[in-house]
Design a protein around this ligand. Sequence first.
Ligand code: AMP
Ligand code: MG
Length: 314
Amino acid sequence: MKKITFLITTVILLMCLCSCSKKDMATKQTFAFDTVVNISLEEKDIHLTDTVFKMCRDYEKLLSRTDPSSKLSELNSGKTDSVPEEIRDILEFSLKLSEITGGAFDVTVAPLMDLWNISERNIPPTDKEIEQVLPLVGYEKIDPESLTPKNASLDFGAIAKGYIADAVIEKLKEENVENAIVDLGGNVALIGEYKVGIRDPFNPGKVFATITLKDKSAVTSGAYQRYFEYDGVRYHHIIDPRTGKCADKEIASVTIVSNRSMYADALSTAIFVMGKDAVSLCEKYPGTDAFIIMENGETLTTDGFSEKYNLALN
Ligand code: AMP
Ligand code: MG
C-alpha cells in the first residue's frame, strides 16, 4: 500500500506579514516545544529575547511530555504527585473546557496520541487497538482537588504554547515593551498592531486571508499541520477523545483570535473537534472570535469578525 507521510515540523500556522507600527523590528529565533520560536522586538528591546528564550527553556522543563525529566512526565509516571502552579493553572482551565465541550477537548488524550504517533506511523491503528486505549483516556481521571492524574497521562500539546505566549507577553509588558510579535510555532501573540496572514490549509505555502490585530493572540488548528496519508485518507494530529479517531467535522482549519493566547490555543483545538456549530463557545471567553475554513472552501466567522479585524480574503 502506498503511503505518504507529511510532517511540517516547523509548523507556522499564521504569518505576521507586516508590522503596522512605525518602529523597526528585529527578530531572534530559537527552537523549543518541538517547533521554531520567533520573537520580534524593537532594537532597543531586543536584548529581552535572552529572557524570553530562558522562559521557553524553563517552561519546556515543566510542560514537555517528550522530556522524561520534565515535571509533567514525572506526574504522568506517578514519580511525583506535587502539581506545580503552572500545571494547576492549565489543568483548572482544561477541566472546565472539557466539561463545557463534553470531552471533545481533553488533555488526558496522551495514550491516544502515543497510539496514533502521527509523525512516525504509516498506517492507522485498528479499531481494536483504539478500543483498548480508550479506557485510559478521560478528564474525570484527574482528581479535581489535588489535580493529579489517576491512571491517566497528560498531554498539553493543545494548550501549552498559548499558556506560555501569555506569560511571555506579560513579562514583556512588565518591561514596558510597546511592540512585540511572539510567535511560538505559529501560535502568535502581539503587543501593538499588526497585519497577520492566515495560512491556506489547501496550499500551506500560501496565505488564505489577512486580518489586522492589536494586542491580541491568534492561533490556528488545522488538519494540514501534522498528518500522514494512507489509502487516500488523511490522518492528522487532532483526535476526538470520545471515539479515539481523527476529528472529522469537515473543517480544514479554525483560527481563534483572543485577548488570551491560552483561550485561542485551546478553543481552536476544541472547535476543530466539535465542528462549526461550536463557534458559539467563543461567547464564553471575552474578546474571543473565530474564523473557520471548511473542507469545501466555505468560510464562516463569529459575528462582526470581518469588520473588527479587517478581514481580507486572498
Ligand atoms: P493544536 O495543534 O493546538 O490543535 O493541538 C493539537 C495537539 O493537542 C496534538 O498534537 C495533541 O498533542 C493534542 N490533542 C489532540 N487532540 C486533542 C483533543 N481533542 N483535546 C486536547 N488535546 C488534544
Ligand atoms: Mg490548540
